[in-house]
Design a protein around this ligand. Sequence first.
Ligand code: RIB
Length: 330
Amino acid sequence: MEKVSIKDVAKKAGVSISTVSRVLTNSAPVSEGLRERVLVAVEELGYSPSNIARSLRNGKTRTIGFILPDITNPFFAHIVRGVEDYIRPYGYTLILASSDQNKNEENHILDTFISKHIDGLLFTGTGDSNPKLLKRIEQGLKVVFLDRILKGVNSSYVVVNNFKGMKLLLDYLIDTGHRSFLFVNGDKNTFSARQRYEAFLEKMKSGDYRYEHHFTSFSYDAGYIFGSKLKNISQYDVVVCGNDLIAFGMIDALEEHGIKVPDDISVTGFDDIPFTKHFKPALTTVHQPIYEMGKEAAEIMIKMINEDISSVDGVILEPELVVRESTRRR
Ligand code: RIB
């Protein structure tokens, strides 16, 4: 079927091509009669403006890319919601893809987004570096790091204060008599897991505590598998988990092995995704302002695209401790 052009619409409506363009882009006032004739012609011909042509003219596709680890993790889903709610009134559309914590997939998605001429990229990395992305930034790609910052890259970012979040959690656990800690953390090379690890180590070395730390991955399965293999659970007062999904898997595995949470052992998470308060037992965790992280990053991105800011804009948001039923005084 031959593609309908703006010329066909103008001919059918009996107006100039510039009038059709003004009606479709709302770029200048047009009489109601002319507007109606154009819209009827568009409808009857089934015309859809070519985004490629428009973007080549003004150099913008009005699309923003978002590379993130796993959209099935509610943490990232709620970040995406914050981004979309901010960019939509500006006429931008988000295109996102999950890297599945896989560097090759992350770079494949980056190449695909570049080929689609995205106007900017939100990026939550699989690791702590990405030379291909660094090169794109040097070539002018506008990037905002969301939740995780890459080493040695000077670009805008929005993260939570992971150190403060861990300090709030560990101080609470220590104040409630916990002295023996098992930390089942997320993916080793990620900014967030490393910051939580460093905060944990600093606190453990500051007093007379027994502790263990293991990197796994930020997933339910990682918590469930680790919990299923745990021996001699009574040696620990608490399992500190790198995020809420690990904690959910851990609790299910412990309960399947007859271990009661929090009666026999406390368990904590990190993120405060919406399901944490409905889990049984309701999860003690560290609240990240997830939706706000998305909105803050989107605001910086729109400013970067509109050249309002060329400097690096870093935002560090505040965490909060949320005490629920998965912990008790020891
Ligand atoms: O739940 C996914 C985890 O990875 C979150 O804690 C977030 O900080 C991200 O880095």
